[in-house]
Design a protein around this ligand. Structure first.
Ligand code: 9MR
Ligand code: ZN
Length: 534
């Protein structure tokens, strides 16, 4: 007994854990709302909408529908007296696990250099990008850089984004160790001795290793000179170039490899050592080399500075090796990170300050004043984020002007900060805020739109993803960038803050997936899964 769904009622379309806070939102002014169990059409809960805040982008008042006190598992819809109803959703202890699994599995389905044939999702294509790639700066040379994951809706592979992505995914091991373990994912890639999450991540690490030069420097990317049309990966036969090395790429590589070395140590000692050697080699190149940004090409993801990345690399190397040289580097260069609690932002390819802070906050537990100060700052920052969420109409940590490229990733990226704060200083409001960020991304937002493919009734059907457009098959579990008030794709509406989004495959600025976007989703869902099953 499903009532037709209205875009005026925003809920998390996957659902809520019984012990989670449960908020839905509407702009309709009504006296009451009810929670209806779909199995038998019975109303199980009624509540009174509470005034939230004004949505500055529309000038409309927003109301919160709070049903946190209702905790029974089942499938439900919110109904309003005027006949409007929300998307159906579940209350279940397994909701986060379902999101985690799909989001993590999406990486397997984006593997490059192999044929994909997944019985669960029917994602299928022939082997792709198997030829050696040509060095952009010396076209007489080529190199085997097969493997890894397609970065996004295009088939390029980019080091700065890859490094931040794997490092963030590996936070799972610290924040949700059981969820990262074996037997959780229904892997479609060949079996290995790694725990499931590490098996998935190893694919990208293996590709990254191929991108390091003999002298330790690391190449920027493997991509065709122009983005391909909306074709299948195996039909993308234009020459792939290897774009030149840079120090930001090398530093991000060094950081990610050092973290990965820690992660794989209990399972595969020799692999862990290989990763550490690669990291040290990259570091030694950096110590001999001033900043190189390689601005000569128009490649995506070219960071404008290497400074925060060097500090991050030193932080990871310190936590992995305990060597005082790295601790000294961190001490001497700490000012190169953004340390102002009100200005710390989620890390991405351009800015990795917060990754350095999270790493030291969690990993440097010995007597070290700087590390305790960072923990204090992280907690202050977490409180700023929670406060912003409490003053926003739909519980988002973003202001209307913050809806830039990958706003869904930014929203969830704060979750990584809050989860780390919660490890250091557990407070009930941290996990509450994290689940509200996930609620936002899965439909408790002004568009009543889920931004993850395959999750929720109103989820992206036309992502900017070449495989999907060419084959008609959706890859489930992909987080799209979401609202982007600065969108330059001429398809999504501009300057509407959280409303600047359209589910149209031409809207690369709002409706494209990317590996870094998904990392935040994986860690947040994994963390909440573990937290709510304690
Ligand atoms: O996520 C990237 C965002 O931070 C940049 O501002 C934007 C413009 O350069 O590009 C985004 O990344 C895209 C990349 O450039 C090419 N592959 C697809 C990526 C996701 O849209
Ligand atoms: Zn490929």
């Amino acid at each position: 007994v499903l009532t037709p769904i209205s875009a005026d009622v925003g809920v998390n379309q996957m659902g809520y854990a019984p012990s989670a806070v449960k908020f839905a939102y509407t702009t309709l002014s009504v006296q009451q709302f009810s929670l209806v169990q779909l199995l038998d059409g019975q109303t199980v809960f009624t509540g009174t909408p509470k005034m939230s805040r004004l949505d500055e982008s529309t000038g409309k008042e927003v109301y919160v529908l709070d049903f946190s006190s209702y905790k029974k598992s089942g499938t439900y819809q919110i109904r309003l007296p005027n006949g409007m109803a929300s998307a159906p959703f579940q209350i279940s202890p397994r909701v986060y696990e379902a999101v985690y699994k799909q989001a993590m599995r999406s990486y397997e389905l984006q593997r490059c250099g192999v044929a994909i044939d997944d019985p669960l999702t029917h994602v299928q294509h022939a082997e792709c990008h198997i030829n050696p790639a040509v060095l952009f700066t010396d076209k007489s040379q080529s190199r085997d850089v097969v493997g890894g994951w397609h970065d996004a809706g295009d088939f390029g592979k980019y080091m700065s984004n890859a490094g931040v992505t794997v490092a963030q995914l590996l936070l799972l091991q610290e924040l949700a160790p059981q969820t990262a373990e074996d037997g959780v994912l229904d892997l479609s890639q060949p079996a290995s001795d790694d725990p499931d999450a590490l098996a998935v991540i190893r694919v990208e690490l293996d590709w990254m290793l191929k991108m390091q030069r003999q002298d330790g420097a690391v190449y920027h990317s493997v991509a065709t000179a122009k983005f391909p049309g909306m074709i299948l990966p195996q039909d993308d036969l234009a020459t792939q170039y290897i774009y030149d090395i840079s120090t930001p790429d090398t530093a991000i590589f060094a950081a990610a490899m050092a973290r990965a070395s820690r992660a794989y140590l209990p399972y595969d000692e020799s692999y862990s050592q290989r990763l550490l050697d690669a990291s040290m080699k990259a570091w030694s190149f950096l110590t001999k080399t001033k900043e190189i940004l390689s601005l000569g090409d128009k490649q995506a993801y070219r960071p404008s500075s290497d400074r925060d990345k060097r500090v991050w690399a030193a932080a990871e190397l310190y936590v992995t090796t305990g060597h005082p040289v790295f601790r000294d580097y961190v001490e001497q260069h700490i000012e190169e990170l953004e340390l102002n609690p009100a200005r710390i932002v989620p890390s991405y390819w351009q800015n990795t300050s917060s990754m350095a802070i999270l790493t030291l906050a969690l990993g440097a537990q010995e007597e070290w004043e700087l590390a305790s100060e960072l923990r204090q700052r992280l907690i202050q920052h977490a409180d700023v984020v929670v406060n912003k969420m409490n003053h926003s109409p739909y519980g988002s940590p973003l202001q209307p002007a913050d809806y830039d490229w990958g706003s869904t990733r930014t929203t969830l990226g704060y979750g990584l900060h809050l989860a780390t704060a919660n490890q250091i200083n557990p407070q009930p409001y941290y996990p509450h805020a994290i689940s509200r960020q996930l609620d936002w991304v899965l439909g408790a937002n002004p568009l009543a739109q889920s931004f993850v493919t395959g999750i929720g009734i109103s989820s992206p059907m036309q992502p900017h993803n070449r495989y999907t457009v060419a084959s008609g098959v959706l890859i489930p579990g992909l987080l799209v960038g979401g609202p982007n008030t600065y969108t330059n794709d001429k398809i999504a509406p501009k300057k509407l803050g959280p409303h600047s989004y359209v589910d149209d495959s031409r809207s690369y600025a709002t409706n494209e997936n990317a590996i870094d976007y998904n990392a935040a989703l994986v860690v947040v869902a994994g963390y909440l899964n573990e937290w709510h099953q304690r």
